[in-house]
Design a protein around this ligand. Structure first.
Ligand SMILES: [Zn+2]
Length: 212
């Protein structure tokens, strides 16, 4: 298996995406994977899924991926813009990342695991990202979690932490029965709890026990 084929498997890339080039820098300990697609392929419109022709490409974007064998791994690609008959010119989705993220989905999933196991300062060091990026990933994951949530928590724990030179505050609300982060808010405890309560239905607000 050559390096392109290896990286294709590593990223779990499906047609029409192909690995065009791989650059391994042993000095910087980085792996840069350049991803492209053959000419003439179609991509689904992000709105209506209609297979549509490529109109043009955005400038090259770079996504941080999960490290490969300890090498900081980056995906490079020019995201295609398609012309949908119904919706006009649209930016096609790329399979490795959510819209507007600088990280691949695989990296974000890994980052959440690390963030849940330790605090943000340590997690950002392990992941080699900034604390702001770590908070942003956590915030997005929590929003996704809240959107998905089907049952309400019985007991929550509340943690307020300060960070940065200017003593910014962040409040994290945990589910203590089914361990996981329920809610993250940039602010002090009291206003954050109020924001969180608004996401609960009235019945759950009455029965909820709180530890802080
Ligand atoms: Zn469309």
């Amino acid at each position: 298996m050559d390096e392109k084929e290896f990286c294709k498997k590593l990223l779990n890339l499906k047609p029409p995406w192909i690995v065009q080039n791989v650059i391994m820098n042993e000095g910087k300990h980085t792996l840069d994977i350049y991803v492209d697609h053959p000419k003439g392929v179609k991509f689904p419109c992000p709105e209506c899924s209609t297979e549509s022709i490529v109109y043009d490409h955005q400038r090259e974007r770079i996504w941080r991926d999960k490290d490969s064998i300890d090498f900081e791994t980056y995906i490079h690609a020019k995201p295609p813009r398609i012309r949908c008959k119904k919706h006009g010119i649209m930016l096609a989705n790329v399979p490795w990342s959510e819209k507007s993220s600088r990280f691949t989905t695989r990296f974000e999933t890994h980052a959440i695991d690390v963030l849940q196991a330790t605090d943000v300062t340590k997690a950002s060091k392990i992941l080699r990202i900034t604390r702001d990026e770590a908070w942003h990933i956590m915030d997005k994951a929590v929003n996704r979690g809240l959107a998905r949530k089907t049952s309400n928590p019985e007991i929550i724990g509340i943690d307020e932490k300060s960070y940065g030179k200017h003593h910014n505050y962040v409040t994290i609300i945990y589910n203590l029965i089914k361990p996981g982060v329920e809610y993250v808010s940039f602010g002090r405890k009291k206003s954050s709890i109020n924001g969180y309560y608004k996401t609960l239905d009235r019945e759950n607000r009455k029965t909820l026990s709180t530890f802080s």
